[in-house]
Design a protein around this ligand. Sequence first.
Ligand code: ADP
Ligand code: MG
Length: 237
Amino acid sequence: MIQLQQIQHAFKLGRKGNERHVPVLQDINLTVNKGEIVTLIGRSGSGKSTLLHIVGGFLRPTSGKVHIADQDVTAYSETQWADFRRIHMGVVFQNFQLIPSMTAYENTELPLVLQGVAPNERRRQTLQLLDQLGIASYADHYPSELSGGQQQRVGIARSLILNPPILLADEPTGSLDSENEAQFLELLQSLNRERSITLLIITHDDKVASIGNRTLRIEDGQLIHPSDPHRLEVPKQ
Ligand code: ADP
Ligand code: MG
């Protein structure tokens, strides 16, 4: 479902003519199969978000190939990516990225509006999902009127509203208390069981990592797979 081949990424820093290249990812190879849950851990600054931004098409890798749902998306333009994402994936960002002038309901419904879904159907699906995430009673609240955990759940609702076959999430439980976190993990696992949604989740939380069929670690810009002998030497944090 997701295939990364020899992905390298370096950020350019400094002024033109005097640029420094800061390598962040090196030779990343990763295959995530349909219906698999892969969790990705690693220290802060190790390149986790960079990798997720590449898989989500928000960042072009310096080199390497990205295939998703049997398509070579490596050279997709921003418009192509936007269309591709609408069909193939939902993304939960670390900082929610809600639209401040829209209510929780409107933020969640927006992808359905853009898809041209009929108003009655939009309402049904949006309310059902908000309810499932325990935020139906906040439907009319603007993001500024919601706690961090509530905003995060709206971001999650928006990313799930189109029933994407793939969900990418960057520390999705960072602002949730343990009760809401358990609920959210249950929701992800039921989506995975019932709809075979493929999940790639970045986390530093052991409980979140443990829902993975596989847990990978990024270290020094390299991906350590569970079967790598090197991993045995890596002390668990
Ligand atoms: P993580 O999500 O694991 O905490 P990131 O992928 O956000 O790590 O960042 C990895 C490294 O790349 C860090 O050293 C960070 O400072 C650097 N970095 C991230 N984004 C940029 C950027 N836009 N420009 C320059 N450096 C960046
Ligand atoms: Mg990050």
